[in-house]
Design a protein around this ligand. Structure first.
Ligand code: DC
Length: 220
């Protein structure tokens, strides 16, 4: 089985590039961020403090996640409800970052994530895929861009969706998430030693895609 691990900070264009590449290669796309987001969403709905490890861990027995991976897309069900769209909200992203710092949450998701890569070719996107989830992945990519470049792209996306947003707030959110994701004790965001570094700060989406595709195709 071939596995492609793509890690990097939020807003580097990972998921749109990864989805597209998975579709083109005919691989199953696994979005691990959506799993943390679903747990974050559940904790928010339950009115829990997402930073409270014990409070979040206590919810896990009540959570059943059903991941339906597809070629170039993934559906996620939370206790039977399709939350694929609901988990994309900004507030859920921050809740996901909070809950992802708790070891119980990471343990809870690890077996599911590994299981998805066992019997098929996958392209898995996250923060710790190359370092923890699939340390023997066929190809590892660390896709990144400066916080400013990521904030500019995120702002354009939000405005295009008609959501009110300003650059300074978006940049502050990105910096906060980077800080949380890279400084947590368990499975922090970092580049695996054998991951290829791709920096998309100064290139557009098409050029980024071409670079990613070539980097992967040269190695599989
Ligand atoms: O990629 P994303 O923005 O959907 O991820 C949401 C949060 O989930 C992110 O801030 C950190 C966490 N996450 C993680 O800790 N490990 C992963 N493999 C994927 C996401």
């Amino acid at each position: 089985m071939i596995s492609i691990a793509i890690d990097g900070p939020s807003g580097a264009g990972k998921s749109s590039l990864a989805k597209r590449l998975a579709a083109e290669l005919g691989y199953v796309y696994v979005d691990t961020g959506a799993m943390y987001r679903a747990i974050g969403l559940y904790a928010l709905r339950a009115g829990r403090n997402t930073k409270d490890a014990a409070a979040v861990a206590a919810l896990l027995p009540d959570i059943r996640l059903d991941i339906r991976p597809g070629t170039g897309s993934q559906q996620i069900l939370l206790n039977g409800e399709d939350v694929t769209e609901a988990v994309r909200a900004e507030a859920v992203g921050m809740a996901a970052s909070d809950v992802s710092a708790h070891p119980a949450v990471r343990d809870y998701l690890l077996a599911t994530q590994r299981g998805l890569a066992e019997s098929r070719n996958v392209l898995m996107d996250g923060r710790d895929i190359g370092t923890v989830v699939l340390p023997h992945a066929t190809v590892k990519i660390y896709l990144t861009a400066t916080p400013e470049a990521r904030a500019r792209r995120r702002l354009a996306e939000l405005l295009a969706k008609g959501q009110p947003a300003d650059y300074d707030t978006v940049l502050a959110d990105i910096r906060l998430r980077d800080d949380q994701d890279t400084h947590r004790a368990v499975a922090p965001l970092r580049r695996a030693e054998d991951a290829v570094l791709l920096d998309t700060s100064d290139i557009g989406i098409e050029e980024s895609y071409a670079l990613l595709k070539k980097t992967v195709q040269d190695r599989i």
